[in-house]
Each structure stands twice: as structure tokens, then as C-alpha cells.
Design a protein. Structure first.
Lengths: 691, 191
């Protein structure tokens, strides 16, 4: 047997005793291979750098510099190795050890919950994405085994009203009552992971699998059905993660990220799967989870100490994958499964805000490196997550140590006599590690004319890569600046506020906003520049690529958030020829304006909202008095008189909202607050606008 | 229903001649607009019969405003028309809400339930009466217990050491001083 047939057989038999050993040996060989290449390349870099440092004698600063360098260079080397292996896998055209080899379209489906935790998200995006998947499964005739859960932790009164109506409208459009569910938690304990845990507690035994989506996740029916089938034929798989493609961006920043991810990710993904196999990771969404082991083993512990580094876990995904692995289940990466998409922050500011949350979440994972019963590969995933942010302060430390050493040499009158050959080779090696994956990705792209055409052709793809590289050179120092601040703040005990992520492709910050948010960055860049120049003009020249991004922070932040710039570049196959699921749109029938006011006045909003409230069997006099007081205040003074909390309290009392609805409609204009009489006119033959 | 055009004309004229009734007319119409009831003959009839009763009540209860009376009468007329759509068991204070829920559900297909031409079949009526808007399915609870977090021996020692130094991290001035001392020491040792 050869080719794909052999690979299918191999993966199928992985669970059997006979071939289990063969598989394990093969995986072990792969892991050793990747480790040796990584360490080999890192050792060359270390040797060259120690040659350079040692040429003028050793000092404690240099020893520390070498230690820091070894950490950074090994990380870089590992990334390159992974991309290189991925390139070879894709070039070979066939990977015998991948989970998708076991896919059989005839495998029966099993009961699956599609869950989407949301927190004050854009309603049309959330419900639109659910509808896309619903319709896609419906078209395939495979809807029967699926149920959809929108798990809301929303706290904005207007947003929760809008969500209720969007749910009703979606169910009405699709005839999805009883299949599309909407649950709102009144107290969003433990954020997203608490939201999922609450779902598991309530309906954990109802389904065999759970597909987790983010608010901006779009999955096709084909991909979700395939995930369920893969689970069914791989009974040891606890989680299967897909590789979501970034889509839907309109801004320059978003489109560059989209382009880069679409072009470079396949190599890294293939390389990642090559060595990790069934010891993969979970990214929190666009993945399928087997409910029974998840319920039994993946409940998150509370970490020692207080937030930001202790307490409740923020980034739950890596930890859940580690717990699943510890319980003896496999975590696979279906990197080549099509039909999995997600959005991304539209501008640099939003991207950095998201990173702030992720940085804190990933730093908490340090505890798991010190914990018992965490598998080595899971520890490696956790280390990678931690280094994604902590490598920024490590890089800053490296630059500072270099600066101090340069200053000492300069002021002691030492002439720098570094071995030129070592310096040139090290520079070339570093460039290779940094830009090699991009070149390999281009090579891979140019070897596939059909794919190249879907990236806009050779000229555009090449120009896109060049511009993206320049952009990443400019933005990298900015990200280093912010990541360093986040990490240091977390270590100093400052925690982040959990804000809603802006996902829609709106315009980026204006010049004033960019100036207000980024002014410390160029100021610091100029100060560093002056310091470097004072030490030595040559040192300033060496630092210029790093400082350039800091000096230009404000224009970069402003321009990258604009749409309409360089539209002909950064095209992706999904942008040029969007799949049916991405291009379809059935707008929700929601009223524009203040949704809280609609909950009181609009007869349908009011009825749906009231019908969805749990009827209180016992009403304490205090509660009735409190809600009655709020309703009276709202009637007399209008919505501006109530706080968000008061609005929520009032909304949670169905009979009070229903009574208020009737009261306002039947009261003559002169006997009530003018706000209400004006608001009522809005309903006069108003046409509904699509949301 | 057979009402003479002359009578309807008279009723309309009397409503538009009084500012109070005119306001009541506008408000009730706005409500029907909000309910997306099409502006057809059935709607006109529902309004006029409601106003007829409201005007009659006004004579007996002059302290109640025309808007209140007209709205109440229109609501009663709606209840009478839509009463078939809901179960008789629905409590009185909940009927209006349940009627509106059913109107909402039927809206895309059934443009005007007020019209006798659009009478619903018995099956549909029966199904509508059984409707109970529920956003979540029945609970099938699972007990999930967080696993205790256990550090290995080296981890415990490291955590203890980190705990001792946490004072420096939580105080910004101390952290800066410590950092500068370390840098100073490093420079001194490298001289």
C-alpha cells in the first residue's frame, strides 16, 4: 500500500495495540528530529554570538546577554524549524499522520451542541454567524443532530434586549425554535470559561460533542459535520482543533494580518501537526470537544494567589487541552480542514487591547509549569504561550544589556574589534530565521499556480509580501513596547479590565485619538535614540530599525486603521472569491435606535422580552417596591434617569415591563415625560431597517 | 359587520373635530402601526368600533382621558380578535403579551390576522395555543468539580520564594529601586 491509502490505514490503526507502537516510534522520531534541528541551529547561533562577545573579553553583562540571546534564538530557531518542516510536508503533498486522513463521509453523526459564548458583542455578527452554520447544515440535510446555544454574558441593557429579539427573529426566519437556544447569565462569573462551564453544568449530558465558536467564528456545515465524524472514528480524540482562516477585514491593518496569516500559516500549521500529533493544543474556538472527558477532567482549578497572576484562570483553552491530555485523551489539530473562519481586530489599538487580556491570561500559565501531572508537550505549549508575550521584555533586556556593554566599551575607550566573519554569518542566520518562513511560503505559493491566482497573481502576491514585511518591521517594536508594559504591569500586580472586543471592521482611531493613545511611544523612542547617539552614533545606527517603529507609532496606528488603502494588495482567496457561507447575508429584522426603549415601547420587543423572563413565584415586598420605584422613575424622568444596573433590574421583572408598556401607550402626551411622547412617534409607520 | 358609511363618516368627523379625541386617534393608530397591522378596512373598523365604545364610556367616566379610553377599547377589540390564538388558561394580565408573541411569530407569513379572509385553520390555531416561547431546553445537569491544583515539590519551593519577593513587585518604587540596584551591580561587576 502506498500514498494516501497507506496513511489512512496507519492513522486508523493507531489505536490498535499492534500499530500503536509503530505510531509512537514514528512520532518520537519526528519530535527528536525537530528538537535536534532546533537545537542545532540555536547552537550555531550561540557559538557565533559567544565568539563575537568573547572577542573583547567576558563580563557578567556579556554572560547574561548570552543567556538571554540563547533563549530568544532558540525560540526563533524553533519557529523556523516548524515552518521548514511544514514546507517539506506541503511540498511532499501528502502527510501520512494527520487526523483528517481518517475522515469518512458515511460515518453517522452524533448529538452535538454548537455553543457561542458572547459578551456585549455585535448582535448581527453573532446571530448572522450562527445562521450561516445553521443554513449550511440545513442545506446538507444534517441539521437533525445539532443544537445551537448562544450563551450570553452581556451586561449592557440595550444589548441583551437586542440579543433576545435577534434570537426570536433568527428562530422565526429559520424555523429554529427548539433548536437554536439563547441563555443569558445574570452574573457573568469567571467570564468565558465560566460561561462554558455553566453550559456544561446545565446541558452537559444532553450532547456527545460540543463545537465551540467565538462571536466572530464562521464555520461551514461541511467542516462541523467533518469534525463530528472525525470524533466518531477517533474514539481517543478529546479535542480536535481546526485552523481558522482570518476573513472579513476591511482596514489596512486587518487585511495585512489576513493576508499574512493566509499565506504563512499553512506552513506553520503543517509543521506543528508534524511533531505534536495527538498532543496538540486548543485555541478556545473553532474546535470540537468530547463532552464526557471534558466534564470529568477539564474543570478549571483556581490558581494559588490573587489576580493578575493567580486566582481564576483567564485563558482557559491551553489549560483545558493540558487537562484533557493528562486524563489520557488526545488533542488533534485538523489543520487542513476547510471551512473554518474567524474575524480579527480591525486596527492596531484593538489588537493591542486584545493582547493585553491574552498576555495576562498566558502569564497565569506559569503556575502550570510548576504543577504536577502536566505532560511535557503540554508544558511546551504553555511555554510557547507565555513566551508569546514575555519574549518582549526579554528582547528589551537583551537590547538594554547590549546598550550598557556598548556604553561601557565606549567610555573606557575600547575599540570594538568584533570578528567580522562571525558577525556577518550570525546576521545572515538571523535574517534566515526571521524571513525564511516568508520566503518558503512564497516558494510554496509560486509552486501552485492555481493558489497563486487566488492571491491576485504573482506581482500582487510578491508586492504584498514585501509590504507586509515592511509593515511587520514597523509594528514589531510597537508590539514589543506594549507587550513589555503588559508583562511588567502584570508582574507588578495590575490586572486588566475585561472589555468587549471590537470585531467589526470599522474605521480605526482618528489622529487625535492615536496621538492620545500612542504619544508616550515616540517620546520614549526619541529618548532612547538620544541615549544611543550619546553612547555611540554607530550604536544608534544599529538600533534604528527598532526605533523607527517607535518614532512612527502615531501615523502607523492611524493609517493602519483606515480602509481603502492599498486595496489592490493583500488579497486572499477568501476575499477574491468568498465561499458561499461568507458572502450570504440575510439581515435580521431589528429596529434601529435604543433597544432598551424598544423593550418598553415596541409591542413585539416588549412581548418577546416579557415572555422570556422567568415568572417569579414569590415576590418579596421589598423587590416589588424596588422595581415599582424604578418603573415609576423611568416613566417620570425617561431612560436617562436610570443607570445600567437599574435598567437591568427593571428588565428582569417581566410583569413590570409589560405594565410599563401599557401605561406609556395609554397615557396622554401632556401627562407624561416628553421623551416618551416623542419616542412613541418613532413607531408611526416606521419601516424596519436591516441590522 | 355592517355599519353604514354615513355613520362612519360622522364618527370620523367627530373624532377629528376634538383635539383630545384626535390625539387619542393618533396614539391608537401609532400602536397599530407598531404592531404592524396593515392599514386596511379591518383595521379601520376595529378603530372606529373601539372609538365608538370609548366615546360612549367618556360620557359616563369624564375624568378618564380619551387616549386611555380609546387605547383600552382598542386593546379589548384586539383581545377579542386574537383571543383564539391563545389558550384560555393564560391569566388575564398575561394575555396581551401572549397575543403579541403569536402575532410576531405569524408576521412573516400571515400579514393580517384581523382580516376574516385570513382565518387560520384549526390545526394552526391549535399549534399556536400550545406555543410557549422558551429560549433554553430542559436541563440535563452534569456535576463538574474543579480539580485541585497541586504543585510539584520544586514548584512549591519556587512559589514560596516568589511569594517572599512579591513585596518588591507590588510596590512600584521598591521595584524600580531593586531594578536599578541590580543594573548598578551588574555594571560594577563588569567594569
Amino acid at each position: 500500500m502506498s500514498g494516501p491509502g497507506r496513511s489512512v490505514r496507519l492513522v486508523e490503526l493507531v489505536g490498535s495495540t499492534r500499530l500503536g507502537e509503530v505510531f509512537k516510534r514514528k512520532v518520537r522520531q519526528r519530535r527528536w528530529g525537530v528538537t535536534l534541528v532546533t537545537l542545532g541551529v540555536a547552537a550555531i547561533g550561540l557559538w557565533l554570538f559567544s565568539d563575537i562577545l568573547g572577542s573583547t573579553g567576558w563580563s557578567p553583562i556579556k554572560v547574561l546577554e548570552l543567556a538571554v540571546f540563547s533563549l530568544l534564538f532558540t525560540t526563533l530557531s524553533f519557529g523556523f524549524t516548524q515552518a521548514f518542516v511544514g514546507f517539506l510536508v506541503l511540498a511532499e503533498g501528502h502527510e501520512p499522520l494527520k487526523i483528517t486522513n481518517t475522515l469518512d463521509d458515511h460515518t453517522p453523526l452524533a448529538s452535538t451542541a454548537v455553543v457561542m459564548p458572547v459578551f456585549n458583542e455585535d448582535v448581527s455578527t453573532v446571530f448572522g454567524n450562527i445562521r450561516t452554520l445553521y443554513r449550511s447544515l440545513q442545506n446538507r440535510g444534517e441539521l437533525e443532530t445539532f443544537e445551537f446555544y448562544i450563551l450570553s454574558d452581556s451586561t449592557l441593557p440595550e444589548r441583551l434586549v437586542e440579543e433576545e429579539l435577534a434570537w426570536a427573529d433568527l428562530c422565526r426566519q429559520t424555523n429554529g425554535f427548539g433548536r437554536i437556544h439563547y441563555r443569558r447569565r445574570k452574573v457573568p462569573v469567571n467570564r468565558k470559561s465560566g460561561n462554558i462551564a455553566d453550559f456544561c453544568r446545565r446541558w452537559g449530558h444532553r450532547h456527545r460533542y460540543m463545537v465551540v465558536l467565538d462571536a466572530d467564528s464562521i464555520m461551514t456545515g461541511d467542516s462541523v459535520s467533518s469534525l463530528v465524524r472525525l470524533m466518531e472514528v477517533n474514539p481517543r480524540a478529546g479535542i480536535i482543533q481546526t485552523m481558522p482562516k482570518l476573513v472579513g477585514s476591511e482596514t489596512l491593518f486587518g487585511r495585512i494580518q489576513q493576508f499574512a496569516s493566509r499565506l504563512y500559516s499553512p506552513l506553520f500549521a503543517a509543521g506543528l501537526n508534524y511533531w505534536q500529533q495527538g498532543a496538540g493544543n486548543y485555541w478556545g474556538h473553532n474546535a470540537i470537544i468530547r463532552m464526557s472527558p471534558f466534564l470529568a477532567s477539564c474543570s478549571l482549578p483556581v490558581l494559588p494567589g490573587r489576580e493578575p497572576l493567580g486566582g481564576r484562570i483567564l485563558s482557559h483553552d491551553f489549560v483545558e487541552a493540558a487537562l484533557m491530555r493528562d486524563a489520557g485523551w488526545e488533542v488533534w489539530f485538523a489543520y487542513d480542514l476547510e471551512g473554518s473562519y474567524e474575524g480579527l481586530p480591525p486596527n492596531l489599538t484593538e489588537y493591542i487591547k486584545r493582547d493585553r487580556r491574552w498576555a495576562q491570561g498566558n502569564l497565569q500559565h506559569v503556575w502550570f509549569l510548576l504543577a504536577e501531572r502536566v505532560k511535557p508537550i503540554s508544558r511546551l505549549h504553555l511555554i510557547q504561550g507565555i513566551l508569546a508575550y514575555s519574549s518582549a521584555p526579554i528582547l528589551v533586556l537583551f537590547v538594554c544589556l547590549g546598550g550598557i556593554q556598548a556604553a561601557l566599551d565606549h567610555f573606557r575607550g575600547h575599540v570594538s574589534t568584533i570578528p567580522l566573519a562571525s558577525a556577518v554569518v550570525l546576521a545572515l542566520l538571523t535574517l534566515l530565521l526571521l524571513f525564511g518562513p516568508k520566503c518558503l511560503s512564497l516558494l510554496h505559493l509560486f509552486s501552485r499556480p492555481d493558489l497563486l491566482r487566488r492571491f491576485g497573481g504573482p506581482k500582487r502576491a510578491l508586492a504584498g509580501v514585501i509590504m507586509e514585511t515592511l509593515f511587520s518591521i514597523l509594528t514589531a517594536p510597537l508590539l514589543v513596547w506594549f507587550h513589555t508594559r503588559f508583562v511588567l504591569r502584570n508582574i507588578a500586580g495590575q490586572k486588566v479590565v475585561w472589555n468587549t472586543q471590537t470585531r467589526i471592521s470599522e474605521a480605526g482611531p482618528g489622529w487625535i485619538q492615536a496621538l492620545r493613545e500612542y504619544w508616550p511611544v515616540p517620546v520614549a523612542g526619541i529618548l532612547f535614540g538620544l541615549l544611543a547617539w550619546w553612547i555611540s552614533p554607530l550604536y544608534l545606527l544599529w538600533l534604528t530599525p527598532l526605533l523607527l517603529g517607535l518614532w512612527l507609532a502615531i501615523p502607523i496606528a492611524q493609517l493602519s486603521g483606515r480602509s481603502g488603502i492599498l486595496r489592490s494588495l493583500f488579497q486572499t482567496p477568501e476575499e477574491i472569491d468568498p465561499p458561499r457561507e461568507l458572502s450570504k447575508s440575510e439581515p435580521l429584522q431589528l429596529r434601529a435606535g435604543d433597544q432598551f426603549v424598544h423593550a418598553v415601547l415596541d409591542p413585539f420587543y416588549n412581548a418577546i422580552h416579557v415572555a422570556l423572563q422567568r415568572r417569579r413565584t414569590v415576590r418579596t415586598p421589598e423587590l416589588s417596591e424596588h422595581v415599582g420605584g424604578l418603573a415609576d422613575k423611568l416613566f417620570r424622568e425617561g431612560p436617562a434617569a436610570l443607570t445600567a444596573e437599574e435598567k437591568r433590574a427593571l428588565l428582569s421583572d417581566g410583569p413590570a415591563v409589560a405594565a410599563l408598556h401599557t401605561l406609556i401607550w395609554r397615557t396622554p402626551a401632556e401627562k407624561m415625560n416628553p421623551f416618551w411622547s416623542d419616542a412613541l412617534r418613532v413607531y408611526r409607520n416606521e419601516r424596519l431597517v436591516p441590522a | 359587520m355592517a355599519i353604514s358609511p354615513e355613520y362612519l363618516g360622522l364618527l370620523r368627523a367627530s373624532i377629528s373635530s376634538s383635539p383630545e379625541w384626535k390625539q387619542a386617534w393618533e396614539r391608537t393608530n401609532d400602536y397599530l402601526d407598531a404592531l404592524r397591522v396593515p392599514a386596511d378596512l379591518e383595521r379601520e373598523l376595529l378603530l372606529l368600533t373601539s372609538f365608538e365604545r370609548a366615546i360612549a364610556r367618556k360620557r359616563k367616566e369624564p375624568s378618564i382621558s380619551a387616549t386611555e379610553l380609546a387605547f383600552d377599547e382598542a386593546q379589548k377589540a384586539l383581545d377579542a380578535t386574537l383571543g383564539d390564538l391563545i389558550s384560555a388558561k393564560v391569566p388575564a394580565d398575561r394575555r396581551s403579551v401572549e397575543e403579541r408573541v403569536r402575532l410576531y411569530l405569524m408576521q412573516p407569513t400571515q400579514n393580517s390576522v384581523l382580516s376574516p379572509r385570513n382565518r387560520l385553520s384549526n390545526d394552526v390555531l391549535e399549534a399556536l395555543r400550545e406555543v410557549r416561547l422558551e429560549a433554553v431546553p430542559r436541563l440535563q445537569q452534569a456535576a463538574i468539580m474543579p480539580r485541585p491544583f497541586v504543585l510539584h515539590t520544586a514548584g512549591e519551593r519556587l512559589a514560596a520564594v516568589a511569594g517572599k519577593f512579591s513585596l518588591f513587585g507590588s510596590n512600584r518604587i521598591l521595584a524600580w529601586l531593586l531594578g536599578l540596584c541590580l543594573v548598578g551591580l551588574l555594571i560594577y561587576m563588569s567594569l
